[in-house]
Write a protein that binds this ligand. Structure first.
Ligand code: CP
Length: 311
């Protein structure tokens, strides 16, 4: 069956079967990643443009790798050296790109809603690579994929997301994705780092990590943007780590072989004790690998998803 959405802008509103279809499509994509020759003819003649107005290591390189494996031509607009610096508007930048007739545009932007705005203006499929504090859909999909690889279904599983929920597009996308697939989600953080409207998200909220740990199948720590302390949202990094850092002592309280996840980049010793990052419970590097497979799947489906990809 053909995929009918032109864009992937958010997780909120995707149906369980749409989410699962992307995850199922990512499975053969991951197998292709491990072939000796990692190149498909699927996207021959197609072009993918990366348009990143904010810094990125994982998302940008992952989309680029994914597009190349699928056989697409890829290009990245170096925003720092582009005419954006000469005052060109986002819309004019995008119209210029559209004139080159790309098939897919991946955009990361500091403004929530930027990906939606662009998607309405251009014919190409648009993938949201993170917009402001709104959503980061492919991050949530790769997180789900990683959880499913280890846990099977996430239905009924206890997933703790801890940290700066207020500023986190990763948390928002994960909440929608996990709720849609029936997981039990607990959001934990200091009151200053939780959004005011959080009670409407329909998940459990807590300020006390230690009280929530028992039975956790997954703990996902979010990156703490260190400038939050300067803005007075945190008394000190040391106090944050004491209350919300993932330590060996805390991990024992789950009484389970809990998976440790993080979208990256990690502040070692702040969100997670350094030795845990390299332990067998940490799946942080697997998240990065799965990111390529999931992004291959998303691009493949947006392009129609009907050609025979695995041969
Ligand atoms: N997880 C994530 O979005 O990382 P980057 O900022 O490096 O892309």
């Amino acid at each position: 069956m053909a995929w009918t959405r032109k864009d992937l802008l958010h997780i909120e509103g995707l149906t369980p079967s749409e989410i699962q279809r992307i995850l199922n499509t990512a499975k053969p994509m991951k197998e292709i990643m491990h072939r000796t020759v990692k190149k498909l003819p699927t996207f021959r003649g197609k072009s993918v443009v990366n348009l990143f107005f904010e810094s990125s290591t994982r998302t940008r390189s992952s989309f680029e790798t994914a597009a190349k494996i699928l056989g697409a031509d890829t290009s990245s607009l170096a925003v720092a050296q582009s005419s954006v610096n000469k005052g060109e508007t986002l819309l004019d930048t995008v119209r210029t790109l559209q004139a080159m007739n790309p098939d897919i545009v991946v955009i990361r932007h500091a403004n929530s809603g930027a990906a939606h705005f662009i998607a309405k203006e251009i014919r190409a499929g648009v993938i949201n690579g993170g917009d402001g504090q709104h959503e980061h859909p492919t991050q949530a999909l790769l997180d789900l994929y990683t959880m499913q690889e280890h846990l099977g279904s996430v239905e009924g599983r206890k997933i703790i997301i801890v940290g700066d929920i207020l500023h986190s597009r990763v948390a928002r996308s994960n909440v929608w994705a996990l709720k849609t697939l029936g997981a039990e989600v607990v959001l934990v953080g200091p009151p200053t780092l939780l959004p005011l409207e959080i009670s409407s998200w329909g998940v459990k909220i807590s300020h006390n990590l230690d009280e929530e740990l028992k039975g956790a199948d997954v703990i996902m720590a979010l990156r703490l943007q260190l400038e939050r302390q300067e803005k007075g949202l945190l008394p000190s990094l040391r106090e944050y780590t004491q209350l919300y850092g993932i330590t060996r002592e805390r991990l024992q309280k789950t009484e389970k072989p809990t998976l440790i996840m993080h979208p990256g980049p990690v502040n070692r010793g702040v969100e997670i004790e350094s030795s845990i990052i390299n332990s067998s419970q940490s799946v942080i590097e697997e998240q990065v690998t799965n990111g390529v497979a999931v992004r291959m799947a998303v691009m493949y489906l947006l392009m129609g998803g009907t050609s025979h990809v695995v041969d």
